[in-house]
Every structure is written in C-alpha cells, then in structure tokens.
Ligand binder design. Structure first.
Ligand code: SF4
Ligand code: SF4
Length: 182
C-alpha cells in the first residue's frame, strides 16, 4: 500500500488525473450559452407564462368568464372580474400575479373551452422594477399569446397546441395596402 502510494506520488498521479479530466472536457461541446444572443430552447411540454387566446378567425376572446381557472389555482394568483350574464358572460378584467404563480398548469386543465382560453406558452423572461409589474393584466396576457403564435423562429410553439397550423389556415388576410391619394 505504501509502495503504491509512493509510486503515485513519484509520477504526480493526482496531477495527471486532474489534467486528463481537463483535457477530456477541452474537446467537448460547451454546455453554457452566450445569453442573451443564444437562448435555451424549452421542451415541447414546457410551462412558461400563461397567455389568453383568441379565435383565429374572428379575433374574439375565447374566455367565457366561467372562473374555473380562478377556482382551480392553488395559490390564488388569478383574479377575474366578469361582466354580462349567461351566454353573454365574459372576463372584463383578468389578472395573473406571476410573483405567486408556480406554473403548475391546473388553471389550463380546468378551462372548459375548446380550444383552451388559457394556455402555457414557452416564454419565460420578464422583469420589472416593482412587484406590480409582474401582475399581468388582460391585455398583457393576450399579448403573451400573440407573441407566441406570431413567433417565426425555430422554437416549436405551434406544435404544442396545434396553433401554428390553425393560424395559417384561419387567420384572416391583412387588408391590401392602398396607394396614397395624390
Ligand atoms: S399555473 Fe398554477 S399557480 Fe399558476 S395561475 Fe395556473 S393554477 Fe395558478
Ligand atoms: S380562462 Fe378558461 S377557465 Fe378561466 S375563466 Fe376563462 S374560460 Fe373559464
């Protein structure tokens, strides 16, 4: 035992071992990303920020103000103010507090509409100077979804909800630009 240790010491075995590990990793592809120019690509089933969805054809809000998501949320971070009655009911105000949301997805599971009125997107970057900046109101929640479906990069947004195909088929064409009057 003493002899082996002596040999190892003589040949600086620990240093050789350490250097071999360094050499091995020198030729491997780095796992770090040069953020923000390079970004992590979330997996298909990633649960990022929640977005509220619209009908692709008419642009109408799909949410019927049933409050199921508000009731299903285990941390009470959804607040909805409804207006109208019966089939006319809709969410007049809709807030999600991202300071509290734990991205569990229970709100999307509870939503009864087809397609879903509330969906998880692949977006995960936000910031703000104040806590209230992370309370997303209705328009911002629709913007999250708009950004998701209009994104043209390589991330597989549409795969998750089939939105990309729906959008291509159903989104009304933009009105043709008219020549300015002379
Ligand atoms: S993902 Fe979970 S915690 Fe976040 S709003 Fe939905 S139900 Fe609440
Ligand atoms: S998002 Fe869905 S579950 Fe929540 S109020 Fe609207 S329709 Fe109901």
């Amino acid at each position: 035992m003493e002899f082996t240790r002596g040999i190892q010491k003589f040949f600086l075995w620990d240093i050789v071992k350490g250097m071999s590990a360094t050499l091995r990793h020198m030729f491997k592809k780095p796992v770090t990303l040069q953020y923000p120019t390079e970004r992590w690509e979330p997996p298909d089933r990633f649960r990022g920020f929640l977005g509220l969805t619209r009908d692709f054809k008419t642009g109408e809000e799909l949410c019927i103000g049933c409050l199921n998501c508000e009731k299903a949320c285990p941390v009470d971070c959804i607040t909805i103010v409804t207006a109208g009655k019966g089939r006319e009911m809709y969410a007049k105000e809709f807030y999600i507090d991202y300071m509290r949301c734990m991205y569990c997805g229970l709100c999307t599971e509870a939503c009864p509409t087809t397609p879903l009125s509330i969906v998880h997107t692949h977006q995960y970057e936000t910031t703000g100077y104040f806590r209230d900046d992370l309370v997303y109101e209705k328009e911002r929640l629709y913007d999250v979804w708009e950004k998701e479906v209009n994104y043209t990069g390589p991330r597989p947004w549409g795969k998750l909800f089939g939105l990309r195909n729906q959008e291509a088929d159903m989104r009304p064409e933009a009105p043709a630009e008219t020549a300015p009057a002379e």
